[in-house]
Design a protein around this ligand. Structure first.
Ligand SMILES: Nc1ncnc2c1ncn2[C@@H]1O[C@H](COP(=O)(O)OP(=O)(O)OP(=O)(O)O)[C@@H](O)[C@H]1O
Length: 300
């Protein structure tokens, strides 16, 4: 289990991570979403024990991470741009990881080498971006970590490889209770992969929820009323994230329980009433809008 309690990380005067607490249970996949500059990478690096927070605690399996190198050896952090030693090949990097990570498995490395058909003697700097990403995943999974932290891992991978990597992650999570934390701007991928999501903005965690609960909690309502608009009384009764009008049809994005939302609208006897689920991308955009970060209707 990973536990962060009231973690704050500064860069000079700037609070990149602001008083964040979260728990990630063993054998689950946690998706970290957020705007550009929200603090995701900083939070992931703090979690991996690369940064020491100014305040708060970061624990993996009950042990503080930054202070305990043996805990760090149970964690693999994959940065958004894979890093390899200059002039190195997969074989060189495998020697390095083998010497650092006590959990390194030769058997797993050989199995995964069949999946990732990469030339292990070739210089990694000559690999394409997607091949470098594959190499990082091959090496990272062969370390058999308890916790895998992946910063934007899907970037640059083709759809077949994305599917392959998702399957591998699911196997590791189900088979040996690997815990995964993944940050991504690709919400479609996160939606398929994660049990739990957190949305960050301006260093803060806006929402943190089980993905199914999050989706069950936010709805799109398309409604048309016979008489006048009922926007004002509805807004007072419900938590409306967004509203707009398209001709006679009103669109509301509302948080809360389905039945309660339906009951609030039915009072006004609408002649059109549809209560629809939102995609994670829609939830993200409306939640961000609610936090004051939305796309401006600007034509350039
Ligand atoms: N090494 C650093 N030195 C100074 N400021 C930094 C450093 N790293 C990050 N920051 C600042 O901290 C804030 C959070 O950055 P971070 O990289 O964690 O965001 P992010 O959510 O990962 O963004 P993105 O989605 O754009 O990758 C930003 O304002 C950034 O400028």
């Amino acid at each position: 289990m990973i536990e962060l309690r009231k973690v704050t990380k500064f860069f000079q005067e700037e609070k990149a991570v602001d008083d964040i607490s979260l728990t990630v249970h063993k054998g689950t996949i946690y998706g970290l979403l957020g705007s550009n500059g929200a603090g995701k990478t900083t939070l992931l690096k703090t979690l991996a024990g690369i940064y020491r927070p100014e305040s708060g605690t970061v624990k993996v399996a009950g042990q503080a991470v930054f202070e305990h190198p043996e805990t760090k050896r149970k964690i693999v952090f994959m940065p958004d741009t894979p890093y390899f030693f200059p002039q190195s090949s997969i074989r060189h990097m495998a020697d390095f990881y083998r010497s650092i990570y006590p959990g390194w498995s030769e058997k797993r490395f050989e199995e995964l080498s069949i999946v990732f058909k990469l030339d292990q003697g070739r210089k990694l700097s000559r690999f394409s971006k997607g091949m470098q990403r594959q190499a990082a995943i091959l090496l990272g999974l062969s370390c058999m970590p308890d916790v895998l932290i992946m910063d934007e891992p899907i970037d640059g991978l083709d759809p077949v490889m994305r599917r392959q990597i998702k399957n591998l992650l699911f196997q590791e999570v189900a088979g040996r209770e690997l815990t995964v934390i993944i940050s991504s701007h690709n919400l479609r991928e996160i939606e398929d992969l994660c049990d739990h999501v957190g949305i960050m903005h301006g260093g803060k965690m806006l929402i943190e929820k089980d993905l199914d609960d999050l989706k069950a909690d936010t709805h799109k309502v398309q409604v048309a009323f016979r008489k006048e608009s009922h926007e004002i009384p509805l807004a007072a009764k419900l938590q409306v994230l967004h509203r707009e009008q398209r001709g006679s049809v009103h669109l509301f994005i509302v948080k809360g329980d389905r039945e309660r939302i339906a009951a609030a609208f039915q009072v006004y006897e609408p002649y059109v009433f549809d209560l629809l689920p939102l995609t994670l991308e829609e939830i993200f955009i409306y939640e961000m809008g609610d936090a004051g970060y939305d796309a401006q209707p600007i034509l350039l």
